[in-house]
Design a protein around this ligand. Structure first.
Ligand code: MN
Length: 214
């Protein structure tokens, strides 16, 4: 338990230290990616707004790099486009060999969200999953819209105690505990405590429904 405690401290520290630079990087990569994907689908701003439930004005602002969307908004966009969230955060790793990742360097907190995201293993077609380290700041609650059909989430708590909403019930998960659930139904995560909760979330997609570019 003591080994994990410093993670909570670093989470806050890194965010405050790097805030400006991180937001800048996310915004410009996101802007380019969203515009490219929308063009690829041949969607107007109106159509993209319909499909994602995010306003046309907001989508336009994101594409111009003028807005720092919350993770909640990003997740709505990803779901509407039937694309993994990590696709919007950084390019797919090109390496065929071992991939080492440091969450301290990846952790991001777009806008004023109470959730920090480190995309440990961004989505890749050949594997069919993306894996995040997610941090819920104290008293943060997120209700997630259903992902596309067949998506499964695997949540493993690294530090703290959290609750997950599965089949309409909030269930407590303590450090080291895990749950797998069908994420093509409404679900959620919350932190009722005064300390941040850190967990891994491995999101598995069925083949061919999610492919970002082909
Ligand atoms: Mn989800």
């Amino acid at each position: 338990m003591d080994k994990i405690a410093p993670v909570r401290y670093n989470v806050q520290l890194n965010f405050h230290k790097n805030d400006g630079a991180i937001v800048q990087t996310i915004n410009s990569y996101l802007a380019t990616t969203l515009k490219a994907l929308r063009n690829q689908k041949g969607w107007s701003l109106d159509k993209a707004a319909q499909e994602t439930g995010v306003s046309k004005a907001m989508i336009g602002q994101i594409e111009r790099g003028e807005s720092s969307p919350t993770i909640a908004t990003l997740w709505k966009i990803a779901s509407g486009f039937n694309i993994s969230l990590s696709t919007f955060l950084e390019p797919t790793p090109q390496s065929q060999g071992a991939v080492f990742r440091k969450p301290d360097e990846l952790r991001q907190q777009p806008a004023t969200d109470g959730m920090l995201v480190a995309s440990l293993f961004p989505f890749e077609d050949r594997f069919g999953f993306e894996m995040f380290e997610l941090t819920l700041l104290p008293h943060y609650e997120r209700l997630s819209e259903p992902h596309e059909t067949g998506v499964t989430e695997h949540v493993i708590v690294l530090s703290g105690t959290m609750e997950v909403l599965v089949d309409g019930q909030w269930q407590t998960l303590k450090q080291g505990e895990a749950v797998r659930f069908a994420a093509d139904k409404p679900h959620g995560y919350r932190n009722l405590n005064d300390q941040a909760v850190v967990f891994h979330d491995l999101i598995h997609y069925l083949p061919r429904l999610h492919s970002p570019t082909h």
